[in-house]
Design a protein. Structure first.
Length: 387
């Protein structure tokens, strides 16, 4: 059966060039970058080169890149690191209700430790209002953490404006850039962020590696102590192969950004317009907001998300839904409820997330099979019949 992967916000396939660059690290360039001998220095040179590529992708300096184990660790390091280094100044954090769980659960954990968190709502289009950020600032605010682009609905947040507000108020500003990096241009200076999280496996790199941009002069309490790697900011022998793969993925993401994302946007727009034509009672979430070019979150009335995902999977198409089945109960997505959807509406959502390897033929296949799937599921819905 033909398999079509449209779940690239979950993870992406590694590019062949990434794999090719990583392989010799396992067998030839296997030194420890902290060793002073030849093997160590070979590995150190590989790290340096990868650091340059990652820095260039987001317009940072190499000394501002800290390699970590992925987006989750980058978010934890930024938030916990600032919370701990600034606790004498205050214990108030501002974030939003649509953050990834890596930010959400970290802030919730800090609440248990005595920090206060302001959870900002978003517009029905899934966008944080910078004025809400300004109004939430208090004398004891130490950190603002607002994601650059949302993983479920793709909305791009006004990071530059929030960055200006944070700078004027002299408050540290972190942004989770895991979904935005490699999909839209990122310039950490223009965005005025102090901390910015990225993850390799979302940009055709390997899993288990990422980076935190830490602006020069920003004091982040290390979360891992040990040998003082990464300029004392994150101890632990570096994942050299992973970082080498990350470097190649970052270089290729930068070089291909414009053309690849134009291709992806055209496919996404084709998918949305054709599905709207062929299926009644469907809505594109956050349609009029600035969105990532690869992401489409579609609500299908009178059909259930898990049923749609499973039926599509049986036809060879991989997508995801806004509801996650956990411990027997269907929890609606916190992002969809934050944009005002009822749990029933949220349960009928489908997320398509594309990458540059997807083709027109794949999109046309989805447009061919989905209407019949929806029809079949709706036949089972007494509410649809009544409507
Ligand atoms: N932040 C966002 C917005 C994400 O989408 C993800 C992954 O889905 C993460 C953080 C976590 O990244 P990682 O899988 O590298 O830990």
């Amino acid at each position: 059966m033909q398999r079509i992967y449209l779940d690239s916000n979950a993870t992406t396939p590694m590019r062949p060039e990434v794999v090719a660059a990583m392989l010799p690290v396992f067998t030839e360039d296997y030194g420890n970058p902290s060793s002073i001998h030849w093997f160590g220095q070979q590995a150190k040179a590989l790290l340096d080169s990868a650091r340059q590529h990652v820095a260039r992708l987001i317009h940072a300096e190499t000394s501002e890149i800290v390699f970590v184990s992925g987006g989750t660790e980058a978010d934890n390091m930024a938030i916990r690191g600032i919370a701990e280094s600034q606790k004498a100044r205050g214990r108030h954090i501002i974030t939003s209700k649509i953050e990834h769980h890596a930010v959400l659960h970290t802030c919730k954990d800090l609440e248990k430790q005595g920090y206060e968190v302001t959870w900002l709502g978003v517009s029905p289009d899934g966008v944080v209002n910078p004025e809400d950020v300004r109004r939430a600032i208090r004398p004891d605010t130490i950190l603002i953490s607002i994601m650059h682009a949302n993983n479920e609905i793709g909305t791009i947040q006004p990071i530059e404006e929030i960055g200006q507000i944070a700078e004027t108020a002299d408050i540290y500003f972190h942004s989770d850039g895991v979904q935005s990096t490699g999909k839209i241009p990122v310039d950490v200076r223009k965005l005025k962020v102090d901390l910015y999280s990225i993850s390799a496996h979302k940009i055709h790199g390997p899993k288990g590696v990422g980076a935190l941009f830490v602006r020069k002069g920003t004091i982040v309490k290390p979360q891992l102590t040990g040998g003082g790697h990464e300029r004392n900011r994150r101890s632990g022998t570096e994942n050299v192969a992973g970082i080498v793969g990350f470097g190649v993925a970052a270089k290729m993401a930068r070089e291909g950004l414009e053309s690849e994302m134009a291709h992806v946007r055209a496919l996404r727009d084709r998918l949305e317009s054709q599905l709207k034509e062929k299926i009644d009672l469907i809505h594109v979430n956050a349609e009029s907001a600035a969105r990532l070019p690869n992401t489409s979150n579609i609500m299908v009335d009178f059909a259930e998300g898990e049923g749609l995902v499973i039926s599509l999977d049986l036809k060879g198409v991989a997508v995801s839904t806004g509801s996650a089945c956990s411990s027997g109960s269907l929890e609606p997505s916190h992002v969809l409820t934050a944009i005002g959807k009822t749990p029933d509406e949220a349960h009928g959502s489908l997320r398509f997330s594309l990458n540059a390897g997807n083709t027109v033929e794949e999109i046309d296949y989805v447009v061919e099979v989905l209407p019949r799937i929806v029809e079949r599921l709706r036949e089972l819905s007494p509410f649809y019949k009544r409507a």
